[in-house]
Design a protein around this ligand. Structure first.
Ligand SMILES: Cc1cc2nc3c(=O)[nH]c(=O)nc-3n(C[C@H](O)[C@H](O)[C@H](O)COP(=O)(O)OP(=O)(O)OC[C@H]3O[C@@H](n4cnc5c(N)ncnc54)[C@H](O)[C@@H]3O)c2cc1C
Length: 454
């Protein structure tokens, strides 16, 4: 079925990590085969069109960062012919809201806004003046400890923790600042201060925006689906790899589908699957690496795409969405104003919202039946956004292992896993449990892996 030369690569996992690695490998002249266990590519990226609405089941957008050679996403989009189908978020998306005292407040976007904002007390604002003089901490810190030490408790509760919820569905008391937000960690390391560092970085980049939020005209699934279609001869869905081994320098993977099974051989393997799935395949090769992989926790998330008539919603929905600090009496992690973010996501006179529930701080909230979860989510949305009446539609997506958590010790765990697997030449690890969780991060890691293998 497959070539077995040293320059052939088997990619296990057809999420965006595996597909990007496969794409960039093929562009470099390598022979590639992708095996994906589900009956579609994309992994957690999924888009549905129903009743004129475009519903994202996973990511709604990703941040494209041009410049500094960082833009692997831009290269992938151009090479796959998708440049004309890329859509940038509406300008209003720069407004973000955070709840305090049961009300939504816009996150300040300028120093003057910041001084006027009711989101932070005067003592919290004054506390920031001292941030450049706060000393460093030698040992690895959680995001919560780091933020409280540098910025104070209120900033932790009403800015940093909601941001961590929004990105990782994570618990700032467990995530490592160095592993989960390396750019923030670098500001302290290089400049000794987050504020001075942000100013210096802003001056270096000419004060331009750090990037732009993008999606595609037919939603986020456009990207994996296009790669899958353009590499159709190399991508097999409904093929779960159930065993992996190496003999005389050649990797051998046994796979099973609903009604077929087979074996694939290759000189290199890219393991682009979640950490627990990687652990299952690597157990016979290195039980210790498998144990460490199973120690990477994942946060559960329930996503609800909810549509209303425009007139049912009191809030102007003039932004990206809202985040809810854990100190508030609302169970949602937050919500996106999806039909504001990108045009054409809902029919005229209707709106589409995406609500998130659960995460590492509230995993039990995801365990109820559909009816209970729906009631909970609709109640919270109604209170937060001043909504009257019942929705036009609700689409729930449950992801019990949605997002890997880069907790304390994560970088050491990853380094140890790599060291344990290094003796098995030609084995490469590439998925969201290492090197960043965003879609753009996964693509950048896929490109680096491809360059390294080729
Ligand atoms: C709800 C949610 C919202 C998000 N929002 C955003 C956002 O707004 N912006 C952003 O940039 N990022 C966001 N992310 C993060 C981002 O979408 C993911 O980190 C990224 O898509 C992960 O891609 P991946 O390929 O590494 O993993 P996955 O998508 O998990 O892909 C792994 C693939 O491996 C397959 N597989 C597993 N085991 C096997 C096996 N034994 N054999 C063959 N195949 C196997 C799986 O079926 C899967 O398709 C979000 C994630 C979630 C869950």
């Amino acid at each position: 079925m497959a070539p077995t030369g040293q320059d052939s690569v088997l990619v296990i996992g057809g999420g965006i990590s595996g597909l990007s690695a496969a794409w960039f490998l093929r562009q470099r002249g390598m022979t590639v085969r992708v095996l994906e266990s589900q009956d579609r590519v994309g992994g957690v990226i999924g888009t549905e069109r129903r009743g004129g609405r475009l519903v994202e089941l996973g990511p709604n957008s990703t941040l494209q960062k041009p410049g500094d050679g960082e833009d692997a996403l831009g290269r992938l989009v151009a090479e796959t012919g998708l440049s004309g189908r890329l859509v940038a978020a509406a300008p209003a998306a720069s407004n973000r809201f955070v709840m305090r005292g049961g009300r939504l407040h816009a996150l300040p976007t300028s120093p003057l806004d910041f001084l006027r904002s009711p989101l932070f007390s005067w003592s919290a604002k004054l506390r920031l003046l001292g941030e450049p003089f706060v000393g460093r901490e030698a040992s690895e810190e959680t995001i919560a400890k780091f933020a409280e030490r540098r910025l104070g408790r209120e900033f932790l509760d009403y800015a940093i923790a909601p941001f961590v919820s929004g990105v990782y569905a994570g618990d700032p008391g467990r995530l490592s600042v160095r592993a989960a937000v390396p750019k923030v960690y670098e500001l302290e390391r290089v400049y000794g201060s987050l504020i001075m560092g942000a100013i210096a970085r802003g001056a270096k980049s000419g004060g331009g925006p750090p990037g732009r939020l993008i999606s595609f005209d037919a939603g986020m699934a456009t990207l994996p689906e296009t790669i899958g279609a353009k590499m159709v001869e190399a991508v097999d869905t409904d093929c779960r790899v159930v065993a992996l081994g190496r003999h005389e320098g050649i990797w051998k993977a046994r796979w099973q589908g609903a009604s077929r099974a087979g074996t694939e051989r290759a000189g290199h393997v890219v393991l682009a699957v979640p950490a627990d799935a990687a652990a299952d395949l690597l157990e016979p090769l290195s039980p210790e690496a498998a144990r460490l992989l199973r120690a990477v926790p994942y946060a559960p998330v329930v996503t609800a795409a909810v549509a209303y008539k425009r007139r049912q919603v009191g809030h102007p929905l003039d932004g990206f969405g809202f985040l809810v600090p854990r100190t508030e009496d609302v169970g949602l992690l937050g919500g996106l104003f999806s039909s504001t973010l990108f045009a054409g996501r809902a029919p005229a006179e209707t709106v589409l919202l995406t609500a998130f529930l659960g995460g590492a701080t509230n995993p039990r909230a995801t365990t109820g039946d559909d009816e209970t979860l729906t009631r909970h989510i609709l109640g919270d949305l109604a209170r937060t956004l001043d909504i009257a009446g019942t929705p036009l539609s609700v689409r729930l997506t449950r992801q019990p292992r949605a997002i890997p958590q880069y907790t304390l010790g994560h970088l050491e765990r990853v380094a140890r896993i790599e060291a344990l697997l290094a003796p098995f030449g030609g084995l490469h690890l590439g998925a969201s449990w290492r090197g960043g969780i965003s879609v753009a991060d996964c693509i950048r890691n896929g490109e680096s892996l491809a360059a390294c293998i080729a």
